[in-house]
Ligand binder design. Sequence first.
Ligand SMILES: Nc1ncnc2c1ncn2[C@@H]1O[C@H](COP(=O)(O)OP(=O)(O)OP(=O)(O)O)[C@@H](O)[C@H]1O
Ligand SMILES: [Mg+2]
Length: 427
Amino acid sequence: MTDRSQIEKLIDTHKRHLQVLEEQQAMFGLETPPHVVLGIQDTLAKIAELEAQLGRGAPAEAQSNLPRLPYFFGREDELAQIAEALAPDARGWGMLIDGPGGIGKTALAIHAAHQAPAELFPRKIFLTAKLRELTPGGDQPLADFTAPDYMALLAELGRELGDDAIGKSDPAERPRLVRDRLAGARALLVLDNLETLPEPERARMFQFLDRLPLACKALVTSRRRGEINARSLRLDRLSRAAALELIGALARDNLLLARATPAERDELYAAAQGNPLLIRWVAGQLGRPGSQCRTVADACRFMERAPAGNDPLEYIFGDLIGVLTPSETAALAALAHFAEPARVPWVAEIAGLAPPAAQNALDDLRDRALLAADPEGTAFVLPGLAAAFARRRLPDPLAHSGERAGAVGRFEQYSGARVQACERCIS
Ligand SMILES: Nc1ncnc2c1ncn2[C@@H]1O[C@H](COP(=O)(O)OP(=O)(O)OP(=O)(O)O)[C@@H](O)[C@H]1O
Ligand SMILES: [Mg+2]
């Protein structure tokens, strides 16, 4: 037997051993014993070394269906955290990126996935459950390229891994079939906008990720945070420097924006509260056919009274309104009155809720990335754009002042008070 065929035989033996270990890992999930985890890492390293001896090292470029981003600015800290979560020795399946609509979760996940080394992840697979997108001309449904439920996402994943038949398989068998395909593929998955899946479907997807083969990792984006067994990253506004770079890039194709002074660019950043989707939308109003907006100030004013069908605040926050419980609706509407962080008993009184119910509602809203809170969860604040939207769309709990005249009086007292926790809440 030649050296080459001996090495190939050895690789086959290691791959069979790897398959046994990965089956054990799939069975144990999070409780996988350390010797199995170490065995997988060790076997993967041996296979890589033998393949390198055959000159079959990992490709310099991964096989990928990741969308191309025309540009990407800032987010250095977040990229470093993601790189850590994707490192071979990191525990867990990867990272969940959550945060409000349009804040840049998808862009960050895609950019981080492009940056992940091809030697670690020769396959990079992007799957989205996104249903709508906001363009300067309005809210557009995304009919194609959409996998709306867990089973459909698995079928799509199977197809990306080269097995069209998985889509027709018995749903009870499908997770195992996809896992078998993933074993040895060393794939990095980007699962986008999982908040569009109904809760039970999302939970099943996270269970699937808990049993992902160790050599694979995933980045998940969602507008909501859930209970997960992985690291998570709450994405907040883009830094001013990165946002100004984004505005500069947009100005290359937009004459009116190109004329904007540094002060006007700052005004755009402030009006959009550092949300890159809003920056793009406001910039997109300048010079758009049919638009009356000639200056940044015009476009910012237009955002505040945008028409139905092209209302960026509706796109960002609107889907939440339909899924709020009555307590959450009342807590949110009450909080919209406070310009500064408000303590739970204050919100409870204005909302007409018992304090424990108000606390639960506020905690849930924070988990959906709608509110910011101090680390102890005792003071909450609704960021300005969300507050403007809530005031416009939710019933005003102070409107029936006759019923709760006391609460109105106390509210005036509360709003005059400054809250110590102010700086500790996320701005
Ligand atoms: N760091 C960045 N640099 C440049 N452009 C960015 C950056 N972050 C986001 N963008 C742009 O802003 C827009 C909104 O970003 P993105 O789609 O990633 O938001 P999202 O949080 O995923 O929104 P949604 O909740 O609707 O899915 C996109 O056009 C995106 O390319
Ligand atoms: Mg997204």
